[in-house]
Design a protein around this ligand. Sequence first.
Ligand SMILES: [Zn+2]
Ligand SMILES: [Zn+2]
Length: 334
Amino acid sequence: MSPRALVTRGDGSLAVERREPLVAGPGELVVRPATVGLCGTDLELVDGTVDPAYVRYPLVIGHEWTGVVTSSGDSAFSVGERVVVEGIVPCRRCRHCVAGETNLCDTYSELGFTFDGAAADEVLVRADLAHVVEPQVTNDDAALVEPASVVYHGLSRVVARPGLSCLVVGDGTIGLLAAQLLRLWSPARVVVSGRRPEQAELVRRAGADELVETTPRAAFDLVVEAAGTPASAADALAAACRGGSVLLLGLPPHGSTTAVAVDDLVNGDLLIRASFGYTSSAWASVVALLNAGRLRPGVLVTHRFGFEDQAEALEVLRSAPAGAARGKVVLERS
Ligand SMILES: [Zn+2]
Ligand SMILES: [Zn+2]
């Protein structure tokens, strides 16, 4: 049987299609995905609401994943090795790449966005972007390297010292990952603000101290915006104390705007940092933390679906089941 792939055309549909088997060219690997995480961005890709500059259809979705090498081409990898693969594909030549800012490469290209992703029986990747994960790392942990790298890249640019009081705005997966990763910098406390009390147990599992329903004002050294709405961005800016920092990680719908009191930002002497994707170096750091057993993002997985139950998985992503926690939703290929 030819390999399956979950394909969308950005018109609300996501269907299993049969594809030609993939062949590894020079410098390439063919990988058989095992676990593929889904996120809100996948929904937006399916619905066609992502900024058109960042997507190409028809598209196989799947940018949070891990799998096993099935064809190693001319690379040093062995068939059977389990890998995670950087999704942002840097040219390695432009001024950003040369400076290590591979997330800003002049030629934007990203697996699961501008070329076929990992929600498939096979995926073709560049060998120089693949990293081996140690056997003790679970597939759940490994599949979360992508969003964890997004969070790690952002945090590593704003956390200046230990002992900070931190607020994460948003109780979705990025918020929960932010709460977990903040622990790497020994904060004084980590509070998560979110609308769903059902998330309280997951928030604790992520290592946060408390879940609050209303975002406090002018109270935190570091605020991480991870809800991705214009209103939550305004809340995040208002929650930092004077001299504090605000990291914007959430991505509101394309073109949305919000009003902010600019004088408060200036009077507050705030550092405002927006962060896009991850660099190769952030990705490598997260893999090293995973392999060393210092990070267990897989504890945030709450929903698992078979590969061809994508419709059900999308439904859970679209609206969290009433009365139940929702962390990471994953597809498991069998
Ligand atoms: Zn994602
Ligand atoms: Zn580049």
